[in-house]
Design a protein around this ligand. Structure first.
Ligand code: PLP
Length: 439
């Protein structure tokens, strides 16, 4: 049998940091990441044959749980007919129609392979549509790893404690304005001074890459100011889309907030059902600026790949209201279990939540009220997290290896998994309580 240590050593010799996406390296929690061999339902299995209750869910896509039989069958059937054609298929049309039936404001949809491409394309479209260059983003929001959007990005950039990224030209960062999240005054002031130069404001449906933050009325505020100045609003629902509700965060909140809609959406994660698929969607007049109809170029050899579209269609067809209700209540159950364990050990913490997405924040400030921006998130008692995380892992529960990521549950998380989490939580809470603040 191969151990995770042996695999990690081998990986380090051939893959930078041993991983293909930074957070997987366990940098902020220490230790060796389990190398996963298979996943089923609420569980992942590592190279040693050990299984873990999975609260990462591939960072969101596994809404139904891993390896849902209907999704696997759909992919197998598609694979038998050919892996890639480089030509249009009926499945792409069907998936685009499914998306629009859930998110009516996504009047047109273009498929790409990753969330990064989706936000990058949305940004180019906004610039093409407005003839303006500047993009406004919020500190701690992650929109993938394209040059212009890496400024003050959350997720792995936050976990690694990096200021941004080397290799991004200053000329590119100069086109990105970074504002604090939930700061309507800063947003208004920014537009009052540079409103005529701003192509778009991009925001997450609910920030979930600096830990989870409830948007409250901030999406509506963004909509109002962008409309006033003729800028576009790009709602990045790569993580929240089709996960927090059938229509994502927009579907969950827009109707009760005056019916606002962004001009453009970015989708990813759940929409591909675990396969590399993402999408840009939005207003028909803006979307139709894309080549071949319009002057904004975008293309992809594997875009709308038949295996990926098959997984997306099967996933969305199964993701009914019952699934969303289950995921909501499973999130609440996990929150209750972990909260009572932390309370029992006297650890100061708060629950950060938006829909079914949640994360834990450590510290007195988090215990007072939910944290609302990146500066607050970074000021947590982050030193409590490694011990908390590893106690859970040792007990067979795999949490996101960073305080700056959301926890994910699925339609497959039920009583058996809650029991495992409940058995591990007191040990993890004790480890968090005993963690020592570095001097
Ligand atoms: C994951 C994520 C992305 C990037 O998607 P990739 O498929 O990893 O490129 C973009 N935006 C948000 C909000 C995300 O959570």
């Amino acid at each position: 049998m191969t151990t995770n240590e042996e695999l990690f050593t081998r990986a380090l010799g051939v893959i930078p940091g041993g991983v293909d996406s930074p957070v997987r390296a366990y940098g902020s929690v220490g230790g060796v990441p389990p190398f996963i061999t298979s996943a089923k339902g609420a569980y992942v299995k590592d190279a040693t044959g050990r299984t873990y209750v999975d609260l990462v869910c591939s960072w969101g896509p596994a809404l139904l749980g891993h390896s849902h039989p209907a999704v696997i069958e759909a992919v197998q059937k598609a694979a038998a007919k050919g892996l890639s054609f480089g030509a249009p298929t009926e499945a792409e049309v069907e998936l685009a129609e499914l998306i629009r039936s859930r998110v009516s404001a996504a009047e047109r949809v273009r498929f790409v392979s990753t969330g990064t491409e989706a936000t990058m394309t949305a940004m180019r479209l906004a610039r093409g549509a407005t003839g303006r260059d500047l993009i406004v983003k919020f500190a701690g929001c992650y929109h993938g790893h394209s040059d212009a959007l890496l400024a003050a990005a959350g997720s792995g950039v936050a976990t690694g404690g990096l200021p941004g990224s080397a290799g991004v030209p200053t000329a590119v960062t100069a086109q990105t304005i970074v504002l604090p999240y939930h700061d309507e005054v800063a947003l208004e002031e920014c537009f009052a001074t540079r409103g005529q130069e701003i192509a778009a404001v991009i925001c997450e449906g609910a920030p979930a890459n600096m830990g989870v933050v409830d948007p409250g009325s901030f999406n509506l505020a963004i909509r109002r100011v962008t409309e006033k100045y003729g800028a576009l609003m790009i709602l990045d629902e790569v993580l929240t889309g089709f996960r927090v509700s059938a229509g994502g965060m927009w579907g969950l909140r827009s109707a009760s907030e005056g019916g606002w809609a962004p001009d453009l959406f970015a989708f990813g994660k759940v929409v591909g059902g675990g396969m590399p698929l993402a999408a840009v969607g939005g207003r028909a007049d803006v979307m139709n600026l894309l080549a071949p109809l319009g002057p904004v170029y975008q293309a992809g050899t594997l875009s709308g790949n038949p295996l990926a579209t098959a997984a997306g269609i099967a996933t969305l067809k199964l993701a009914n209201q019952g699934v969303y209700d289950h995921v909501d209540s499973a999130a609440q159950t996990v929150i209750d279990i972990v909260s009572s364990a932390l309370v029992a050990e006297g650890v100061p913490f708060g629950i950060q939540r938006a829909g079914s997405l949640f994360s834990i924040a450590f510290g007195d400030e988090a215990a007072q009220a939910p944290l609302i921006n990146y500066a607050q998130m970074q000021a947590q008692d982050t030193w409590r997290h490694p011990a908390f995380f590893h106690a859970f892992l040792d007990a067979g529960v795999s949490l996101p290896p960073s305080l700056f990521e959301a926890w994910f549950v699925s339609a497959s998380h039920g009583e058996r998994e809650f029991e495992a989490i409940a058995a591990a939580a007191p040990i993890a809470a004790r480890a968090a309580a005993r963690a020592v603040k570095p001097q």
